[in-house]
Design a protein around this ligand. Structure first.
Ligand code: ADP
Length: 379
């Protein structure tokens, strides 16, 4: 049983990480289009043609280390400055290659601009008897994707272990208590709630994996804000009822936005869910949708526990919870607001927050208004 659950968890982690990396990779491919560099009369025509199709940054140096040709990305990366290669490590490789003709490579951190670091893989080789070629592959994005992947694997594994471990222990307890029907009923109810928590966690991780690159969704359509907000409120109706919380709606009719409906629903329902979860019994949650300067503002305001000022910056991070024990009690995963932030970014919007401990919180999702006449004008 434990091995089965372990394998399942490993499978889930593997699939999710694969999805994240695939999305990140697809995004990086979009960015590899570079302007063709100027041809140089000193470089043999065949070599020039090959250089112009390489995705790496290319620099050709003559025997006196003068730059004969440099592609635009080589300049953007800071390899060539004021017409010369400035990096001592690259120059040292160039000299070694000129001496014995053997190609060499090195990984370097360059500073294309103040405060920015680019991780590049540099390869130096002989082009002709007089010319040396420096190729540099910018690997900054791949490194970042790898760091995100490692971080994500560690977090997901940790978060999945809790409910998976609990289900394993409860299953053991059920089999040991088979002669005590009350205990069996108690343990199975807890198994059910742990499995619901696991399902929710997996669903949110999948949502987040899809959203990770803040790319505009392929599934964008015109979305009616009143329907969207009403459905999101309905989603929390049972939970609100059980705490005697009133969800009051004030939605301007006829508002439209253009975006991925599923994503927008996930964002608004996460905000309403949080408002209910972090509010005391018998309080009121107000959900409004208004048009302000061509932006649709969806606000979810509560009179709950609020968020300390120093925590506000961190609540949008994946798996971050202000009070992990309390969040666990409310079934929180620490992923809801991270999803909201990515949905806003993927739909050309933003998310704002006001909060005061003890007084309550107001989250505002701001999205560009969609006007039908714009569509008709361009049709
Ligand atoms: P969770 O699933 O834990 O609610 P979220 O990403 O949605 O995760 O929220 C992150 C943290 O921000 C929560 O654990 C909670 O501490 C805090 N938080 C979010 N919404 C509210 C709210 N309306 N009132 C008070 N605290 C909130």
């Amino acid at each position: 049983m434990d091995i089965g659950i372990g394998l399942l968890a490993a499978g889930i982690v593997g699939a999710l990480v694969g999805a994240i990396v695939a999305y990140a990779w697809r995004f990086s491919e979009h960015r590899q289009v570079a302007a063709p560099p100027e041809p140089s009369p000193l470089i043999p025509a065949g070599a020039d043609a090959v250089l112009s199709v390489l995705s790496s940054s290319a620099v050709v140096l003559d025997a006196s280390e003068e730059v004969v040709r440099a592609s635009a990305p080589a300049v953007a990366l800071g390899i060539v400055r004021d017409g010369r290669v400035r990096d001592e490590e690259i120059l040292s490789l160039v000299r070694q290659v000129r001496r014995d003709g053997h190609a060499r490579e090195v990984d370097l951190d360059l500073q294309p601009r103040r405060g920015a670091t680019a991780h590049v893989h540099v390869r130096v080789g002989t082009l002709t008897s007089r010319l040396t070629l420096v190729l540099a592959q910018d690997q900054t994005r791949e490194r970042r994707v790898e760091a995100i992947r490692r971080d994500f694997v560690a977090n997901v594994s940790h978060e999945l272990k809790t409910p998976v471990g609990a289900i394993g222990l409860l299953a053991e307890a059920v089999s040991e208590a088979k002669d005590d029907p009350d205990a069996v009923a108690r343990f199975s109810a807890r198994m059910q709630s742990e499995s619901e928590r696991l399902t929710r966690l997996v669903q949110q991780i999948i949502d987040l994996a899809r959203l990770q690159n803040d790319q505009v969704s392929d599934d964008a359509s015109v979305v009616k804000v009143d329907e969207l907000v009403s459905e999101a409120c309905e989603h929390s109706a049972t939970e609100a009822e059980s705490k005697q919380i009133e969800i009051a709606r004030d939605i301007q009719p006829g508002l439209l936005v253009h975006g991925d409906r599923g994503q927008l629903y996930a964002a608004v329902s996460n905000l309403v869910e949080n408002a209910v979860a972090y509010s005391p019994e018998g309080s009121r949650v107000a959900v409004t949708a208004t048009l302000v300067d061509s932006s649709v503002k969806i606000t979810v305001a509560d009179h709950g526990i609020g968020i300390p000022e120093q925590e506000i910056e961190r609540i949008f991070e994946r798996f971050y919870r202000v009070d992990p024990a309390r969040a666990r009690a409310t079934g929180g995963t620490g992923l809801g607001l991270s999803i909201v932030k990515h949905v806003a970014a993927s739909n050309n919007g933003t998310v704002e927050v006001w909060s005061e401990p003890g007084a309550g919180s107001t989250f505002t999702l701001v999205l560009p208004e969609h006007r039908l006449e714009i569509e008709e004008e361009t049709a």
